[in-house]
Design a protein around this ligand. Sequence first.
Ligand SMILES: Cc1cc2nc3c(=O)[nH]c(=O)nc-3n(C[C@H](O)[C@H](O)[C@H](O)COP(=O)(O)OP(=O)(O)OC[C@H]3O[C@@H](n4cnc5c(N)ncnc54)[C@H](O)[C@@H]3O)c2cc1C
Length: 524
Amino acid sequence: MAIVGYGPTGQVLSILLAQRGWNVTVLEKWPQPYPMPRAVSVDGYAARVLATAGISEAISEFGVPGADYIVQNAAGETLLRLVLSSDDEFGPPRSTSIYQPGLEQALARRGEQLSALRVRRGQEVVQVADHGDGASLRTRNVVSGESSTLSARWVVGCDGARSVVRDQIGTTVTDLNFTIDWMACDLVPHRLADFPPANTQVADPTRPRVAATAGPRHRRWEFMRLASEPLESFSTEANAWRLLELFGVGRDQAELERYAVYTLAARNADRWRRGRILIAGDAAHQMPPFAGQGMCSGIADAANLAWKLDRVLNGAPGDLLDSYQRERQPDAQRAIEASVQLGRLICQTDPVAAAHRDHAMIGRARNTANRAQAAPIPAVRPAPGGFHHVAGDGTPGVGAGQLLPPIRVRTGGTAASLDDQLGIGFSLLLRQKDVLGPEAGDRLDEAGVRVVHVLSPDDRAATEAGTVVDVDGTLTGWLDSIGATAVLLRPDRYVYGTAVDSAGLTELARSFLAQLPARPTVRA
Ligand SMILES: Cc1cc2nc3c(=O)[nH]c(=O)nc-3n(C[C@H](O)[C@H](O)[C@H](O)COP(=O)(O)OP(=O)(O)OC[C@H]3O[C@@H](n4cnc5c(N)ncnc54)[C@H](O)[C@@H]3O)c2cc1C
């Protein structure tokens, strides 16, 4: 396996594959890790994937729970508030504010623990070719200029917005034409207390701007370039300090670690795979950062692709990989559209239009002030042609495509996360043991599906292997909400399908194995 690019998407994907025992070679053009942050937050799902990649212990080094997401107008009135904090949920916060270099360091350290993962830095990939039964890559050493060639069974381009691998796939790109320049300033305050945690977008038509926490020690402030401002004079350190005054940040209060001007983009590649070559992360899609979804989408791509590549490397048909684009591309598109929608709201520079917006939104914000609002990204739907159970009438099976929430369980007398108990493969959650008949049991066992029995706290079998105790009713409540006695979960924690009785579970197992025949495990 070869992966091009060791940004967050390439890091997570290579770790998830190497954890499964596959030899992975990563080619990264930068000789040293890129030291500057871009992303400042990860959502709850991305945090769970990072935990699966083995860095949950390190998260507190570079992350803190995120503040509520607030859009306010020039007068400081709230136009929109998304409640991200919650006391009653288990698992990672809905949003974690992060310092990206710390995240990348933690992933790099994790990568170093995996003997199957080899990272070759200072190697720029200049060409990729698909040969039907494998692929080849031509690289250039960025220091010596020396060229070399390498072959791989599959290649994934995680090489960012200017992806060479995407060019080789030869795809067209759907562009929402949302291109605006913003300056991002990363600072280390001398006294953190002077700048309390924030996640605030200031929709001021005279200067749209953002204040955000970036992990435990950093703060991020961002400013939009106005159409009247030449790029040269906008992108100077003096201008960065002048703009920072809008948030009351002076040179005596913080160290300016860096400032950089980014041109935002909203694009989705139309084709994510050609033969043995695939793309993921910013190579496949780019979005403005207003919903904090760019890197999270790349991490979700990695979670979706890793188990499919694992199965295909183990002998499953390569067509399984077509479900990767079918599932992830619409999701990325929803994230792009939500980001652009927020962007249009925040980047409004016409004072009359901004006043109309404020009037409409202030009323709405008041009406919803006391209740948690949904995340801006709509919930996932089972994708047509995705990898999930399909009922006899061709519609998605009940519960298919739902995401397992983070759930606290007890196992062998110890509190644990259900994610940790499920491991990195497929799993079957069973509410009643006898629903699993011998045929379905044997078939699922052959396919390496881990069976987990869900018990109530007073059940006597609570200490047996393969059981989890639903300590607070959350798991049972979720099973009720999707009307399931048994749930077949994919390794990325999305529901493959559900059953209510023994006959249904036998049918579910048959359908699963028809889509994903069990093969002997091979390693390469
Ligand atoms: C100001 C700003 C704020 C943001 N805030 C957020 C946020 O809060 N939350 C969020 O989720 N996202 C956010 N994002 C988006 C996020 O930073 C990106 O989506 C994310 O970094 C993409 O990760 P990636 O690994 O796909 O690509 P990249 O991070 O671009 O990594 C690509 C890697 O590939 C390497 N590479 C490129 N070409 C080659 C080649 N030919 N050969 C070898 N190596 C190559 C590069 O050197 C790089 O290391 C923000 C972005 C910006 C600019």
